[in-house]
Write a protein that binds this ligand. Structure first.
Ligand code: ADP
Ligand code: MG
Length: 272
């Protein structure tokens, strides 16, 4: 009998966490109808890290806003757990490209905002905030104000804020898009560490091919507008992920395949 590695057994057995069925989205604008998403079907398992990769304007943010329940689903259906999403999904943690920290609150008070809004136990919340700060190596910056922090530090704070209430689902919209390359590498590692320590499903939007491969269990490739799912690629790289994996033959093969898909979609044009 073939032995199946335990991790694989768990992953295939994990129940569906997100079910997106037949979702399309159009926007009526002054200049006409914009078809942002067309017939999106996607199931994500509990605990899975899924990246959505696609060119600017293909509907990635729209899809995340639908999952967050911040935009209404008119055509199709989205289930998160056993909840039909038809209004704001308060269980999800959300991180955007901009950190949206409050400048007049310290780092820890920005994180605790989440607990205040949810009327959670503040003693427990403070303890959890400190643990999270430690996990992203910011334990010495608890009382710093946002203006005293670098872009990468600020974004770490906003990730801690999103995770304070232990959300089962983390939605991230190009969270590292505004950071320099080295900071971005570190934040990817920090995020993976947080994922290893907090059981959650991650829906991660990026337009970086390497970032998607490095972080994910699966990469969803979207076509230019109207956004459709073009391909779904399983990333069969071991965890914990290490930066050196980016130089392996397997990683570069994924990069090559994904680049070829975008080339075939007309996203990359190399003639000049
Ligand atoms: P991405 O995040 O992949 O760059 P978006 O989801 O932001 O793409 O946008 C997809 C398309 O939908 C774009 O053409 C954008 O202009 C349009 N769009 C997004 N939100 C709105 C809105 N609220 N009103 C009108 N058009 C929108
Ligand atoms: Mg976007």
């Amino acid at each position: 009998m073939n032995a199946i590695p335990a991790t694989e057994t768990i992953q295939t057995a994990a129940p569906t966490h997100i079910a997106i069925s037949g979702v399309s989205k159009t926007f009526e604008t002054r200049t006409g109808t914009v078809h942002a998403l067309q017939n999106i079907n996607l199931n994500i398992r509990k605990g899975e890290f899924v990246s959505v990769l696609g060119p600017s304007g293909c509907g990635k943010s729209t899809l995340m806003m639908l999952l967050a329940g911040l935009t209404s689903v008119k055509l199709g259906r989205i289930m998160v757990g056993d909840k039909h999403i038809d209004g704001p999904n308060a269980d999800a943690g959300i991180v955007f490209q901009q950190d949206v920290l409050l400048e007049w609150r310290t780092a820890i008070d920005n994180i605790l905002l989440q607990a205040e809004i949810r009327k959670a136990d503040m003693t427990q919340a403070r303890e959890r905030a400190r643990q999270l700060l430690k996990m992203v190596s910011l334990q010495d910056f608890e009382t710093a104000y946002p203006k005293e922090l670098s872009g990468g530090m600020r974004q770490r704070i906003s990730i801690c804020r999103a995770l304070l209430h232990k959300p089962p689902l983390l939605l991230m919209d190009e969270p590292f898009g505004a950071l320099d390359a080295m900071t971005r590498d570190q934040l990817q590692i920090d995020l993976l560490r947080l994922c290893a320590d907090n059981e959650m499903t991650v829906f991660f939007i990026t337009h970086s091919i390497q970032e998607a491969i490095f972080l994910s269990d699966r990469v969803v490739v979207m076509s230019p507008r109207p956004g459709r799912i073009e391909r779904i690629i399983d990333i069969d790289l071991p965890r914990p992920r290490r930066l050196a994996m980016r130089e392996t033959a397997k990683f570069t093969a994924y990069t090559r395949d994904l680049t070829a898909i975008f080339k075939s979609l007309g996203v990359f044009r190399e003639e000049y």
